[in-house]
Design a protein around this ligand. Sequence first.
Ligand code: C2E
Ligand code: CA
Ligand code: CA
Length: 406
Amino acid sequence: MESRPLVDRVSVTSNRLLVIDDEPANAAAIGRIARGCGYDTIITTDAEDFLSRFGTWVPRFIVIGLTVPEMAGNQLMAWLARADCKAQILIVSEREAEPLREAEAAGRALGLNIAGTVHMPLHALKTALQDIYDAGGVISVQDIKKAVANREIRLVYQPQIDLDSGAVVGFEGLARWNHPKRGAIPPDTFIPLLEANEFMTEFTGQIVSMALDDIHHLNVGTDTRVAINVSATDRGSRGMDEMVRTQCARKNISVSRITLEVTETALMSKAGLLSGCLTRLNEVGARLSVDDFGTGYSSLVKLHQLPFSELKIDKSFVMDCVSNRESGVLVQAMIGLAHNLRMKVVAEGVETEEVMEQLREWGCDIAQGYFIAKPMPPKDLKPWLLHHALRRPYQGEAGPRLELVH
Ligand code: C2E
Ligand code: CA
Ligand code: CA
């Protein structure tokens, strides 16, 4: 079971690097090297743009190129100090070493976290950036490719229950990377890196295979489903539908037990590319679910054109739908919309009994969240299922539907 706050873990492993150098060619070269090392990099040549990105994007690393005129470089550092900047700062320059040393001393005197200085040429910058990476526990693309190959990434499962009967209708599989040295690394940190490096195809293949193995071993009733998160970049996996079909056949599991969750944002940005694959998977029996609904800007027409059978209301609305009138109104509207489009509604992020009761009253179909259970490793699922079947105070006429085959 998990209890550590997500945000802390995300910031600790962030690989965001903001580069400023007023010479465009230098900024571009630094950016290229940084990306090659695996940093999530934004470059800029403009101090105002730099300051605005610093505030909104919150980089963990900064490279200041000293072709930014010396004075401007110092002003920038003074500003960063006032903003209580915690980022590690690397100062680079093509010019002689002395101004670099002075800038470094000035930065330290301001209390900034100066990771070092680099006197170009660029290969020295690459080494410095890699050293910072290794020391700072940043995740590199190589690290994650190795982790996927070594099967260090596993799935944990979070139950979903029918709000009428209380019966468990399925589980959402959520990826976890248990890094041998750095401990648990949350998916929000490593999935964007996989996406940026077109590595989702292999990853999703492994996730599907793992989910099918786990559901096979769990041996629950044949109508219990498993939900898998599909990334927008899975469009690259031309054979994804084929892969899902083959794996299901090999493991003797009906494709209809699989739900593919696609975020609303992915759907809208890549709808054309994704939709063929999703439609084919739906044709062979998979259910399609719109994830994080309410956070993107859906065209309702697009939503209706694709064969979705489920709409998942984002947890940001669900969590405070009782205490916040606006969230409550939106949740009810989303339930109505989904039902009018003949879709089932899942509410994620159900953290209290009060919220669960309210959702049931509003006619929501399925609930998922910490109040019901936190995501758990597959070995904990069977005991949890038994416990849930025994304590279910909210079962409707349908009675227990849980079939456990021993
Ligand atoms: P998501 O698909 O929206 O998953 C729900 C997230 O909310 C999960 O975070 C889950 O642990 C968390 N959660 C569940 N119940 C509650 C609750 O009651 N309260 C709160 N505050 N949070 C709750 P997690 O596991 O860190 O996953 C984050 C995101 O990473 C997922 O969001 C999904 O977009 C992505 N992700 C996870 N696994 C995979 C994967 O295998 N493939 C892809 N493409 N994306 C994945
Ligand atoms: Ca999801
Ligand atoms: Ca979601």
